[in-house]
Design a protein around this ligand. Structure first.
Ligand code: KIV
Length: 288
């Protein structure tokens, strides 16, 4: 049975911490699901982790639907949240159409969008139409051109007041959960304590109801990048690099494949096939 938004609400009430992680394809999504992680985010971070973009801005709705469907196909237990990409929710009408594609064609169980009180009407409309919506406050990567590079948000008095009001507005609009990205832990703790919905942090300290991380950061898939807010639980990038180098060397040296990687056939059958081919080639040469 898939995790539901009600299960998540129950976890918050009981004080059970919620683990969430991104996934973008079937192989890793299956591992995440098997590991019992209840919430998967098909984040638009796939722009940089999977598609080679520098940011989330170029990610399209088609990209999101494609990767969401792959994640949904490989999972049966986690609730899958898909990011509404940049500008796909610039108007309520566009948000409805984009969410419909992610939920119907991608098969996600929920969508996530960035922004505060200014997005409350959009959240309310999606929720009124039966969608489960997750909000995203603090550093919002889709606005990088407007707000600048990734840095902690909400340290000042006005910014903290605004984030508290934004969190309340999203909850009142019907969001089932909130992500807080790069927020001081005291403010994240206060928002978590005031909210009746689960608050999931990334770089927002331990007082949130749960944590979300980018799969590539946690598994060390990118050997050159390590954000401060992430802990590497494995060095898969190093492992993969060593494995690929060994594979290339063995192919070059003729050490791979070995006999057990192939198959054999009866020598007489091959001799017959070669003789047949030679006869046919002779005939073709004769008719030229
Ligand atoms: O796209 C993403 O991976 C995200 C997380 C950083 C929360 O939005």
């Amino acid at each position: 049975m898939r995790c539901t938004v009600r299960d998540l609400a129950r976890m918050k009430r009981r004080g059970e911490k919620i683990a969430m992680i991104t996934a973008y394809d079937s192989s890793f999504a299956r591992l995440v699901d098997d590991a019992g992680i209840p919430l998967i985010l098909v984040g638009d971070s796939l722009g940089s982790t999977m598609l080679g973009h520098r940011s989330t801005v170029p990610v399209t709705l088609d990209d999101m639907v494609h990767h969401t469907a792959a994640v949904v196909r490989a999972t049966s237990r986690a609730l899958v949240v898909a990011d509404l990409p940049f500008f796909s929710y610039a108007t309520v009408e566009r948000a409805v159409a984009a969410a419909q594609r992610l939920l119907q064609h991608g098969g996600a169980q929920a969508v996530k969008l960035e922004g505060g009180a200014g997005q409350a009407a959009t959240v309310a409309c999606l929720v009124r139409n039966g969608a489960a919506v997750m909000g995203h406050l603090g550093y919002t990567p889709q606005s990088e051109h407007a707000v600048g590079r990734a840095r902690v948000q909400g340290r000042g008095r006005a910014a903290a007041q605004r984030m508290l009001a934004d969190a309340r507005a999203l909850e009142e609009a019907g969001a089932f959960a909130l992500v807080l990205e790069l927020v001081p832990e005291e403010l994240a703790g206060a928002i978590t304590a005031r909210a009746r919905i689960p608050v999931i942090g990334i770089g927002a300290g331990a007082r949130c109801d749960g944590q979300v991380q980018v799969l590539h950061d946690v598994l060390g898939l990118d050997r050159t990048f390590q954000p401060r807010h992430a802990r590497r639980y494995a060095e898969l990038g190093q492992l993969a690099f060593a494995a690929l180098s060994a594979y290339a060397a063995e192919v070059q040296q003729g050490a791979f494949p070995a006999a057990e990687h192939g198959s054999t056939m009866d020598a007489a059958v091959l001799a017959e096939a070669l003789a047949h081919a030679a006869r046919q080639e002779d005939q073709a040469d004769g008719s030229d």
